[in-house]
Design a protein around this ligand. Structure first.
Ligand code: C5P
Length: 313
């Protein structure tokens, strides 16, 4: 086929622990990543030229090589020159439903969808591990975006252990439109403030991963115990982002006061999510937050946890 339409769902972090520095300048992490149903839509079409073009309905999204989706197409052209010569370039259209620079992997999922879609369009027959290897060259959380579901992510975030599905819970997402957080800034600030807590010995790094694998949160996820999962949500980056953005901190406090299962900032933020038992609770919490804060700058979504990553529409 010459064109494909793909669903590219976002993610939240149920757990994000920064373990230490890596030789490549990144951080060694232990995370639990979770796909949500809220998704961008990516339309791809072979264009019979040598060009990659990118269009997006969101004015804040760059449409040049600074966009990860564009870089994903460049990577495919470079890695598979015979297919590129045969099929030509690609037109990419992104319909943005996920907020931008929000900690929900919005840019990463678009890139993941381009890899999956071009593999299909070019009949390459790549396996999921092969796609994830390519994805890891573009960004730390893009391998996860391909498979999706619930996973423990270690290393830079690219080493994945898939866990049981956790798609029976709902979340409310909240983000102030005018607040965006730079991921490099969040990690650099964390390094400046908390470097003395970093571990570097290989066995210490491995044991931090093992602690999560056999820990209470994993146990609660396997047993699908929403209350326990809510209590055990964790994100080290809250320590640097929340003091810088008091409005995000207040939002998190409001969710907690409304008695949700748990609340946490996702990734490097500033999106805050509230874990809820069912759709009714999530809708009720969303309208209470809207009513209490009453600010047109605040955007809210209700969405369900989901069990798969990139899908053909
Ligand atoms: O890999 P990705 O492009 O998502 O990373 C964005 C930024 O986040 C990196 O440039 C780096 O500053 C920081 N980061 C990190 N350690 C990781 C992942 C991301 O320091 N494991």
């Amino acid at each position: 086929m010459k064109s494909y339409s793909l669903i590219a769902p976002g993610k939240i972090n149920l757990y994000l622990e920064i373990i230490g520095d890596r030789a490549d300048g990144f951080h060694e992490l232990v995370m639990i990543l979770q796909t949500i149903e809220l998704a961008d839509v990516i339309d791809l079409q072979s264009n019979d030229t040598q060009d990659i073009t990118l269009h997006c309905n969101h004015p804040q999204v760059p449409v040049d090589a600074t966009n990860l989706a564009y870089r994903a197409a460049q990577l495919m052209c470079k890695t598979f020159p015979a297919a590129y010569a045969n099929y030509g370039g690609v037109d990419i259209k992104i319909t943005k439903n996920l907020p931008v620079a929000a900690g929900l992997a919005g840019g990463s999922v678009d890139a993941a969808a381009v890899l999956v879609g071009m593999d299909l369009m070019w009949n390459l027959g790549l396996t999921q591990p092969e796609l994830q290897d390519l994805a890891g060259k573009l960004g730390s959380d893009i391998p996860f975006c391909i498979s999706g579901g619930t996973a423990i992510a270690t290393g830079r975030g690219e080493k994945l252990d898939l866990i049981t599905n956790l798609d029976n819970l709902w979340v409310v997402l909240a983000k102030y439109q005018s607040i965006s957080v730079s991921t490099p800034w969040a990690y650099q600030t964390y390094r400046q403030n908390y470097r003395n807590s970093y571990v570097s010995a290989r066995e210490d790094v491995i044991s931090r991963g093992d602690r999560i694998r056999s820990g209470e949160l994993m146990n609660a996820i396997i047993k699908q115990e929403g209350h326990k999962i809510g209590e055990l949500l964790y994100n080290d980056l809250e320590k640097v982002v929340l003091p810088e953005y008091p409005k995000v901190s207040q939002l998190r406090q409001l969710f907690a006061d409304l008695g949700v299962l748990g609340t946490m900032m996702s990734g490097s933020g500033p999106t805050v999510f509230a874990l809820c038992s069912n759709e009714e609770q999530a809708t009720d919490v969303m309208s209470k937050v809207q009513h209490t804060i009453n600010d047109s700058d605040l955007e809210l979504w209700v969405t369900k946890l989901a069990s798969s990553g990139i899908q053909v529409a």
